[in-house]
Ligand binder design. Structure first.
Ligand code: PEP
Length: 252
């Protein structure tokens, strides 16, 4: 890594109600952040506005966990880009494997959401990853290239600098996941970087952060973050307690 900022983020997923989220955000606001680290936190919608206002002047970005691509209308249960923006969010997580697996998210809907996020000045944090089956059949690189190409279809040259990607093997995520081998991760990130070079040119592609996520913990985080094509880590369980998030930031 070295040449790039180390991103360290966590999505709280469907954890922490409004009161607990405020307590956690206040604790996050007290952290001292090393200059080479860019942290971010992705709370549930119910606390997005509060967490954004608590962290407004801090060097911790806040994001939404999902978003619709339309800016208003008859879309019961959905939240629009201007709504996310008005809450004060800087980024929006799109295409997480749980959204793809359980809520019908596809590469095409991720693409619509990416374009909408960019239009509203939100950084899309695009999650990509191979399933256990794809991994077993050795088509990981093809899957990642397809996901990246479709997600970024129609992105204009000057917009690439606002993109964030997270490689999260589906087989590595969650309680039943197993952390990916460092060599494998580096190889996948190198391939993703090649796809980004094809799409955006070498200079721009070098500047697009590509994070690793999937059973990241205090022990393995610094190893992933040290890989040449890994620009930081996206963490679930291990970073839900603020002390866990802090320890990972300090380990990088
Ligand atoms: C995730 O779901 O994006 C994730 C990385 O989760 P965990 O760290 O808990 O495996």
């Amino acid at each position: 890594m070295g040449r790039r900022t180390a991103w360290v983020g966590t999505s709280w997923k469907m954890n922490k109600g409004p009161a607990e989220a405020v307590v956690a955000a206040r604790a996050l606001a007290e952290l001292s952040i090393p200059p080479h680290v860019q942290p971010f936190v992705v709370p549930p919608f119910t606390s997005l506005k509060d967490v954004c206002s608590i962290l407004r002047d801090k060097n911790i970005l806040v994001g939404a966990q999902n978003m619709h691509w339309e800016n208003e209308g008859a879309w019961t249960g959905e939240v629009s880009p201007p709504m996310v923006k008005e809450c004060g969010a800087a980024l929006v997580e799109l295409g997480h494997s749980e959204r793809r697996t359980y809520f019908g998210e596809t590469d095409q809907t991720v693409n619509l959401k990416v374009l909408a996020a960019l239009k509203y000045g939100l950084k899309p944090l695009i999650c990509i990853g191979d399933t256990q089956e794809e991994y077993a059949f050795n088509v990981t690189n093809e899957v990642l290239a397809r996901q990246v190409k479709i997600a970024l279809h129609g992105v204009k040259a000057h917009e690439f600098e606002n993109i964030l990607l997270a490689y999260e093997p589906v087989w590595a995520i969650g309680e039943k996941g197993r952390p990916a081998e460092a060599d494998f991760v580096q190889n996948c990130h190198e391939q993703v970087r090649q796809t980004l070079i094809e799409l955006a040119g070498e200079e721009t592609a070098e500047r697009i952060p590509v994070l690793y996520g999937g059973s990241v913990n205090l022990e393995n985080a610094p190893h992933y973050a040290a890989l040449p094509d890994v620009d930081g880590v996206f963490v679930g369980r291990a970073a839900w307690p603020v002390a866990g998030f802090k320890a990972i930031i300090e380990s990088i």
